[in-house]
Design a binder for this molecule. Structure first.
Ligand SMILES: Cc1cc2nc3c(=O)[nH]c(=O)nc-3n(C[C@H](O)[C@H](O)[C@H](O)COP(=O)(O)OP(=O)(O)OC[C@H]3O[C@@H](n4cnc5c(N)ncnc54)[C@H](O)[C@@H]3O)c2cc1C
Length: 277
């Protein structure tokens, strides 16, 4: 890592190497900035997630030069006892993409563009005239992309109150051929289940519900889904919990969060740091 005036090692330091952090890094590198990503985990990074990318997310990834393997889907279907509604996309298709495939694709593209990776957590950022430092790296700007519970956002005083009770996400994959060309969202009294095709013989099951309800217990609340899974063998261990504060976010219809993909947007910027996501 070369040093510029004031000990600055890069134009942009990105805290967090998830989809938003890596997407931000690739965008910045494409714009000619030198970029360092701080990520404590080794890629490919996994996470409890529904793994469904909406058509604009797929297009955004393509614009970044990333086309991970996945399974196309044509829309979203909501199912509750005695009710069902399907909406097909007017333009394009979505993609079911394993988080590990998304992480690997974005990491490879970032590396190709010269983005450097430092395996460390950001810690408390220190700001001065012309630079900001976190995780032992000094840069001109800092983008906080360290997830929903962002420690960097909290340290910078950017946390905002979230409406609604928190919910917790758990995810598991099953070896079964996808039975539908849409992502299915099942509703029970206390939880939601997102079913996404991610390979020719694999579907992902992501459950969102209150804390403390185990995966199998929550899954038991979806008899229609259990029938579909038909005893299919689990392929991955239960992963989670991913905390979802007030899901879906206020002002967001139930499906719009699914387009939350790499093109992170900064919301507020105190000094030299901004929050991406
Ligand atoms: C159950 C569930 C289902 C979902 N389904 C979908 C879906 O189908 N489609 C969709 O688009 N979205 C879905 N989401 C939302 C999606 O997972 C998030 O929008 C997405 O992961 C946000 O990406 P991110 O990069 O901001 O954060 P993350 O993916 O959380 O990445 C943050 C990264 O920051 C790193 N980090 C943490 N602390 C630090 C630190 N101090 N310093 C440096 N790095 C740090 C972490 O290791 C992590 O790699 C779902 C979420 C849940 C919980």
């Amino acid at each position: 890592m070369g040093r510029q005036a004031g000990g600055v090692q890069a134009d942009l330091l990105v805290a967090g190497g998830g989809p938003v952090g890596l997407g931000t890094a690739v965008l910045a590198a494409q714009a000619g900035m030198s970029v360092i990503v701080l990520e404590p985990r080794q890629p490919p990074v996994d996470k409890a997630c529904g793994e469904g990318l909406m058509p604009p997310g797929v297009a955004a990834l393509r614009a970044l030069g990333v086309e991970p393997d996945g399974v196309p889907f044509r829309g979203i279907r909501y199912l509750a006892p005695g009710a069902c509604a399907t909406a097909y996309f007017r333009h394009g298709t979505g993609m079911g993409v394993r988080r590990t495939a998304l992480s690997a694709g974005l990491s490879a593209r970032a590396e190709e563009l010269g983005v450097q990776r430092v395996q460390a957590a950001a810690g408390l950022p220190v700001q001065a005239d012309g630079w900001v430092e976190a995780g032992g790296v000094r840069a001109r700007w800092l983008a906080a992309a360290d997830g929903l519970g962002s420690p960097t956002r909290r340290a910078l005083g950017l946390d905002r109150p979230v409406a609604g009770p928190p919910r917790y996400g758990l995810r598991r994959h099953y070896r079964v051929a996808p039975w539908s060309d849409v992502v299915e969202v099942y509703w029970s009294g206390e939880a939601e289940a997102y079913i996404t095709p991610v390979a020719a013989d694999v579907v992902g099951v992501a459950l969102l519900g209150p804390r403390g309800n185990g995966f199998d217990r929550m899954l038991g609340g979806f008899p229609q889904l259990l029938e579909r899974l038909d005893g299919a063998p689990p392929l991955t261990p239960v992963r989670g919990p991913g905390r979802c504060a007030g899901w879906p976010p206020a002002g967001c219809t139930a499906g719009c969060c699914w387009s939350a993909t790499p093109a992170g947007t900064s919301t507020r910027s105190p000094g030299r740091a901004s929050r991406s996501g």
